[in-house]
Design a protein around this ligand. Sequence first.
Ligand code: FEO
Length: 395
Amino acid sequence: MKCEVKNGIYWTGAIDWNMRDFHGYDTPKGTSYNAYLIVDEKIALVDTVKGGFSDEMFRGIGELADPAKIDYVIVNHLEKDHSGSLEEVMSRAPNAKIYCSPRAKAGLADKYGDRWPINVVKTGDTLKLGKKTLRFTEVPMVHWPDSMVTYVEEDRVLLSNDAFGQHIATSQRFEDQVRANVIYDARAYYANILMPLSSIIAETLKKLPALNISPEIIAPSHGLIWRKDPGRIVSAYLDWSQFKARSEVVIAYSTMWGLTDMMAKLIAYGVMDEGVDVRLYDLHESSLAAVMTDLLEARAVVVGSSTQNNIMLHRTAEFMAYLKGLRPKNKIGAAFGAYGWAGGAVKEIDDGFRALGLETVEPLAFRHIMTTLSEQDQKQCIEFGRNIARKVRGG
Ligand code: FEO
C-alpha cells in the first residue's frame, strides 16, 4: 500500500487501531505512528514507529527500497511511539547515520551508548539528499525538550512530528479523504497533550515565517496529513495556544444522591437562558479527555461535587488533578455542590481554580439533609448560571 505524500516522500508508518489510552489520555479512535521515507539520490527515513509495529513500517519501506540502503535516519523526537523501532531500523540499515537534536543525542547515548554514528543538528542546519534538501528546526517542548521538525524545502512539506497530530486510526492518510471531523480530533490531541505547553507553542508558531517555513503539506507523526489548506490547522494552533475562548461554558460534576446533579442542570438552564452555549458532563459517565476537548475553547469551567468525608467525590478530584496538569488559562472558574453534614468539596474546587490562577466567581454550596432544593435554591442556581453566562459574554 504505497502512499506518496508528494514527489518521492512516502508515508511508511503503522496504524494502531486498538490504542485506547495514550499515556493516560482516552483515545477511542486509536492512532497511527507516521514514519516517512524520502527517496532521492540518498534515502532518508524520518522517524520510526512504536515498538511492536515495525513489521508494518518495514512492509511499507520494502515496497520502495531495500532497508539496507537507507542512508539517514532522522530522529525528530525520542518518545517511544516514534523511536521504539529505532534499534531494529539501525540493525537493518547498518550504514545509516542518525540526525537529531543535541538533547536527542544525549537521550540516545543514555539508552544505547555510542553504537551508532550520530550527526547533531541545530535550527537552520540542512541535509542534502540529491534534489531535495531537509532543513531542521528545533521545537523544544513540542512535545519534549529534544523535539525538532524536518522541512523538505523544495516540496514545502513539513514533517512536524507531534505538532498538528491527532489520535485517529483511519484507512486513508490525508485529512481531505475522510468524513471525520479531524479538527475536533486535533483539538482533543492539543487539549489533552499540548495544552500545558501553550506559551512555548505560541512562541514557536510566531517564529515559523522568519524561518521561511511555509508548508503546502503538514505531515505529522500521528493521524492524518494536512494537504488541503494546512493553514487551517496552523490557525487553530494559534488560537488554542493563546487560549482564545468562545462564548461557551463547560459544566462538569459528580453527585452522590442527585442534588449536585440537580444544581448542575439548573445552572446549565441559567447559562442557556442568557443565550450562551453550554456542555454538561456527569464525570462518572464521561471521559475526562472529552471534557477537556470542549474546555479548551470554553470561556468558563463550572465544576461541582457533593462532599464525602469532607472532600470532593473521587471523580471530581480526578478531574481537578487532570486540569491542574493541563494548566488552562483565560478561563472563569466556578465551583458548586450540595453537602449533608459538613461541606468541603466546593472550597476544594474553588481553591483548585485559584491555584491555577483562573478568574473565579463566588461559589455556590447548599446544605441539605434528607431534603431537596427549595424553590429559592433553584432560583439561586439559575441565577448562578446566568451570572456566569453574563461574565462569559463580557457583561
Ligand atoms: Fe508522539 Fe511525544 O510522542
